[in-house]
Design a protein around this ligand. Structure first.
Ligand SMILES: [Zn+2]
Ligand SMILES: [Zn+2]
Length: 292
């Protein structure tokens, strides 16, 4: 697995590349505006060009965006639904301009509405966003599934993919913390294998394009979305050693969104830990026995 971090764009877009380089990222994730505001930031062509040139020189690949937290593609409120769709389109357009691979998005909440009512609204928003943009993928982020949150089960992710006719520009992003909080026991090789088997049966591993690598403050199945530094949460180092070295996940980028050992956000120390686990390879006991 390739490792990167969610880095800040504070000051200017291209400064995110400097921040990613400073902590030895191999790939990077950014917000394209303020994650808690609807306002779109209009970047200059100079800022875009500088970002593109710096990223090329640094060899950071892939680049992805995380959409604003306010987005609710399942909302029954027409204004909120329209704003959410527009915010998704904005993130995709910035990715298209910067040569980014995808915009990773939360799907939002259906509130008290049943899933069959909410699903067409999610699908409609995705359809409009795909029509309005050219290239970057939309990655649906698996959630902890608390309080009407959409995408907390693999079945819901599958339903959304089916509703957009398995569009080639729509895929999935899994988050280790969200998986654990949703009940998938990533502490053991068996637990990881069970999760991957179920995901493959329900969604298909070919649909998985990115991982968020966060340890979990919340207990297994707690549905608490609280990220911890790698090794400081309930998943622990052994769990991540298995995860980052799994043959089916090796081709994926993994982005940390950890609180940081100095509480300043995703940091070099979390990345170094992951790189150590990767260098050490798969935990011995899990190596398949040679058949001959
Ligand atoms: Zn997220
Ligand atoms: Zn989270």
């Amino acid at each position: 697995m390739k490792f990167g971090a969610h880095v800040s764009i504070r000051g200017a877009l291209h400064l995110a590349v400097d921040r990613a380089v400073a902590i030895d990222c191999e790939c990077l994730q950014i917000f394209v505006g303020s994650p808690r505001q609807w306002r779109e930031v209009h970047y200059s062509e100079h800022d875009f060009d500088l970002f593109v040139a710096k990223r090329r020189d640094a060899g950071l690949d892939p680049l992805v965006a995380h959409t604003a937290y306010l987005i609710n593609l399942a909302s029954a409120d027409p204004q909120l639904h329209a704003r959410s769709t527009a915010a998704l389109i904005y993130a995709l357009r910035v990715m298209d301009r910067l040569g980014g691979k995808a915009a990773i998005t939360h799907l939002g909440s259906r509130g008290t509405h049943p899933w069959p009512d909410a699903l067409p609204r999610v699908a409609a928003a995705l359809g409009v966003a795909l029509e309005a943009t050219d290239r970057a993928m939309i990655l649906l982020e698996h959630s902890v599934g608390a309080g009407g949150q959409v995408g907390g089960t693999f079945e819901e992710l599958r339903d959304v993919l089916h509703a957009v006719h398995d569009h080639p520009r729509v895929g999935v992003c899994l988050d280790s913390c969200h998986l654990f909080a949703a009940g998938w026991d990533l502490r053991t090789a068996d637990g990881l294998a069970t999760m991957l088997r179920d995901f493959n049966r329900t969604v298909g591993l070919e649909r998985l394009h990115a991982f968020h690598l966060n340890d979990s403050q919340g207990a297994l199945g707690s549905r608490l979305d609280r990220h911890a530094n790698i090794g400081q949460g309930r998943i622990g180092r052994a769990g991540f050693a298995t995860l980052v070295n799994h043959p089916r996940l090796r081709r994926l980028p993994g982005f940390i969104e950890t609180p940081g050992f100095d509480h300043h956000g995703p940091d070099g120390r979390n990345l170094r830990l992951l790189k150590q686990l990767r260098a050490a390879g798969r935990p011995r006991r899990q190596r398949p026995r040679s058949g001959h």
